[in-house]
Design a protein around this ligand. Structure first.
Ligand code: HEM
Length: 214
């Protein structure tokens, strides 16, 4: 994604992203709302933090391309762990798979999740489609863990282990990836998540400890 596009997307404060009653900071409309804990306006907050948004988004998209690309490639590589391919080729594919998982795909996953988490707060994306996206992200993380498990089982555990055929896992992987992309690009209005009333209304009870007043 070009930084222009990223910047435009970050700067255009979509209705469905962020609190609707956000107070803007002078002309720094591009940077988002400014609030203090007590609900008071904070004046102009550190605008350079909001300037990070396009860069974080570029990092996020770059890392998730690496992450998802790796998750598609690794089951195919694992399926090549065939004793019949000969010792030299086996060693090569084994090393490539291990290094790809350890030094590329896993760090990319960590960075994609870390940058996405930062973006949630900077973009104030506390909206239903984002929570639905996180459910799909959890499936992606589970797939990542499963690939790691197969990697260890196939080549580091005693006994004969065979990697599963890649077709079914790859079809299953498509589900969260397409789900996430559909949610994040369409940003649909999904309505409120139903929560019990006692979680949304003050109950007028005392906390069991003193809260310092400002
Ligand atoms: C824990 C993991 C993740 C978190 C917390 C997260 C969070 C976010 C946030 C807050 C944004 C900014 C939304 C906006 O500004 O409108 C974003 C953008 C994006 N995310 Fe994620 N994300 C995560 C993982 C993923 C994954 C796994 C994918 C793809 C498979 C993905 C695809 C995208 C795309 C394509 C964008 C750019 C959307 C746009 O600018 O319109 N994200 N993400």
């Amino acid at each position: 994604m070009g930084s222009h596009a990223a910047g435009r997307s970050a700067a255009r404060r979509a209705d469905h992203v962020g609190a609707g009653d956000a107070a803007l900071c002078g002309d720094d409309r591009a940077f988002g709302p400014t609030r203090l804990a007590g609900g008071r306006r904070a004046g102009c907050r550190v605008s350079w933090v909001y300037g990070l948004i396009p860069h974080l988004k570029a990092l996020h998209v770059g890392m998730l391309v690496l992450w998802c690309g790796g998750l598609f490639a690794l089951p195919l590589m694992l399926a090549r762990h065939e004793p019949a391919i000969g010792q030299g080729d086996y060693e090569r594919i084994r090393r490539a798979t291990h290094y790809a998982y350890t030094f590329c795909v896993t760090p990319a996953a960590v960075l994609a999740i870390a940058s996405g988490t930062a973006l949630i707060f900077l973009r104030e994306a506390f909206v239903t489609w984002m929570f639905a996206k996180l459910v799909f992200v959890a499936l992606l993380v589970s797939f990542h863990v499963w690939v790691g498990y197969v990697l260890v089982a196939v080549a580091e555990r005693a006994g004969a282990h065979r990697a599963p055929q890649p077709v079914l896992p790859l079809l299953l992987l498509l589900l969260p990836v397409l789900g996430i992309l559909a949610l994040v690009l369409a940003k649909p209005e999904l309505g409120e998540i139903p929560v019990p009333g006692w979680l949304t209304e003050p109950m007028g009870r005392q906390l069991p400890f003193d809260v310092p007043r400002r």
